[in-house]
Design a protein around this ligand. Structure first.
Ligand SMILES: Cc1cc2nc3c(=O)[nH]c(=O)nc-3n(C[C@H](O)[C@H](O)[C@H](O)COP(=O)(O)OP(=O)(O)OC[C@H]3O[C@@H](n4cnc5c(N)ncnc54)[C@H](O)[C@@H]3O)c2cc1C
Length: 493
């Protein structure tokens, strides 16, 4: 699988140099994300080293000295396994993964100006990596995140000798078992400063924000695999004289999974296209990516837990048995909502983007623009539903900056939930409109409508999320059968 990911497809290299997969320029992010999304449907764990190596190259490219770039970039962006060096990022310490400012690793400068690190890192994924980007506090630097610097720590020094750090043990993890995570001690490890000594945390956060979209992409891939497994199983397994897929309640489970998987793919691929626009210098794309990435990470990684659990149920008892893929999907899905910012932490980051970085303003403008594209008369009630949701969430966030944190923080997750559905729903609607205009029927408008009705429609606590007529659309949607305008009538409950 490493050969496929790093070698044949060049997933870690393609965004950094021309020539990968025959692209004359660097490959667009959206292509990288689409291919990685396919890869994630077979193998989750390995996308951690792929993404970490990719991110290392991005960080070195942006902040590294010419010496570091010349020495390491050719290895990080290699597709030949003999020259490839994998990269990684180690921040988390015993004192905290969320509270990185509490880090205790110290950087000391020798008399000859060389930096050496002393301290422990508690979670070190891609433990086999050749290059780690890490955070440490130069002696005398202030406490908190402000005092952290970013360093590059190679496993081997330029003269070929082993650097002074050890892997103390490997973690016995619930999932992502195809990738090794360890605990590491730096015992005077040689390290090279990356970027500005006082901006280590800020630089690392830029890296983490990119990785968060990658995490969401992997979770979206897990959802898609879970859905496919469930559809195939439900079509051939018979209970009570019918294939499972004919049973209304089970059908509604499957339709929910399909809608969540389809929405997640839209958020991921449009998010990747946003990164391309940001790299091309768009200030609007930069502002939008600031709120989009934590939002995608927050919802999609959480939802992947439910979708993979539902897929386990669909397979019945066999779903709980290791001979099937379901236990692995479930175990892998649990990780996404913990690392690189657990659910609360990323929801609070969405809130911070709203309070400090105009996050709601830019997101609302984007959603409004997508909704304005929807000209199909039958879709007007959906546009109205989304607009009402947008107004309601805007009212809810008004005055956030002035409210006490204890009160404001409680709203972070409900607001992020709604914003995600508005973003996903508006993307699906606009795609639906475009496909309709291109003569591809009403399939996407139908899935957009079902998605919005399911997640944004106000309903009583005991009301089912989908009606009996709506769940009838599962197979036409799953099999991409032609769907005409009359389907949209079923969106009205
Ligand atoms: C398999 C695996 C691999 C990993 N690999 C790496 C790696 O390679 N590099 C690396 O640096 N790290 C890695 N991590 C660490 C990971 O990023 C952290 O575990 C994660 O960020 C959470 O930090 P923590 O474990 O210290 O939990 P804590 O920070 O103690 O958080 C515990 C809980 O408190 C919640 N919480 C924290 N702050 C707040 C708040 N302000 N408000 C409300 N709730 C809050 C969190 O959401 C969480 O639910 C890995 C973790 C795992 C499980």
């Amino acid at each position: 699988m490493e050969e496929i990911a790093f070698g044949r497809f060049g997933l870690a290299a393609m965004a950094h140099r021309p020539g990968v997969l025959g692209f004359p320029e660097r490959t667009p992010q959206v292509v990288k994300y689409a291919l990685s999304y396919l890869f994630a449907q077979s193998e989750f764990g390995l996308l951690c080293p792929v993404n970490m190596t990719d991110s290392c190259a991005r960080m070195l490219g942006a902040f590294g000295s010419e010496e570091l770039k010349a020495r390491y970039l050719p290895h990080l962006t290699a597709t030949d396994p003999d020259t490839l060096w994998q990269g990684t990022q180690w921040m988390t310490e015993r004192t905290g993964g969320s509270d990185v400012g509490a880090s205790t690793t110290v950087a000391r400068q020798d008399a000859d100006g060389q930096w050496r690190l002393w301290g422990d890192k508690w979670f070190t994924s891609v433990a086999n990596a050749e290059l780690a980007l890490t955070l440490a506090r130069p002696e005398g630097a202030p406490a908190g995140t402000r005092g952290l610097a970013m360093f590059l720590v190679p496993k081997h020094l330029p003269d070929g000798s082993k650097n002074a750090w050890t892997i103390n043990r490997l973690k016995d993890k619930l999932g992502s078992r195809s990738m090794a995570t360890g605990e590491v001690t730096y015992a005077g490890a040689r390290a090279w400063v990356v970027g500005d000594l006082g901006s280590g945390f800020k630089q690392m956060m830029e890296m983490v924000n990119g990785s968060r979209l990658s995490n969401a992409m992997r979770a979206a891939g897990l959802m898609r695999r879970a859905l496919l497994e469930s559809l195939v199983h439900a079509r051939q397994r018979v209970a009570f004289g019918q294939p499972l897929i004919e049973l209304p309640l089970l059908r509604s489970n499957l339709l929910g999974m399909l809608l969540d998987a389809e929405a997640a793919a839209a958020v991921i691929l449009n998010g990747a296209a946003l990164l391309d626009r940001r790299e091309a210098g768009s200030a609007e794309a930069r502002a939008l990516a600031r709120v989009w990435t934590p939002l995608a990470k927050y919802w999609i990684t959480l939802r992947a837990r439910d979708v993979t659990a539902e897929a386990m149920n669909v397979r019945g008892g066999n779903g709980y048995v290791e001979e099937w893929v379901n236990p692995r999907l479930l175990r892998d899905a649990y990780l996404g909502a913990i690392w690189e910012g657990s659910a609360n932490v990323v929801a609070l980051d969405v809130q911070r983007a709203i309070v400090k970085d105009r996050g709601l303003e830019v997101l609302a403008a984007f959603v409004g623009e997508r909704l304005a594209r929807v000209a199909e008369p039958a879709a007007k009630p959906l546009v109205d539903l989304a607009r009402a949701g947008l107004e309601s969430v805007t009212r809810q966030c008004a005055g956030w900056a002035a409210r006490p944190a204890a009160e404001r923080e409680l709203a972070a997750r409900p607001v992020a939930d709604t914003l995600y559905h508005l973003l996903a729903g508006s993307l699906l609607l606009a795609e639906g409109q475009a496909l309709r205009e291109q003569g591809h029927g009403f399939r996407k408008l139908l899935s957009a409508g079902l998605y919005l009705r399911r997640w944004l429609e106000p309903r009583g606590p005991a009301s089912p999320p989908l009606t009996a007529r709506q769940v009838e659309w599962l197979e036409p949607l799953a099999q991409w059968r032609p769907i005409d305008e009359s389907a949209l009538a079923d969106l009205e409950a």
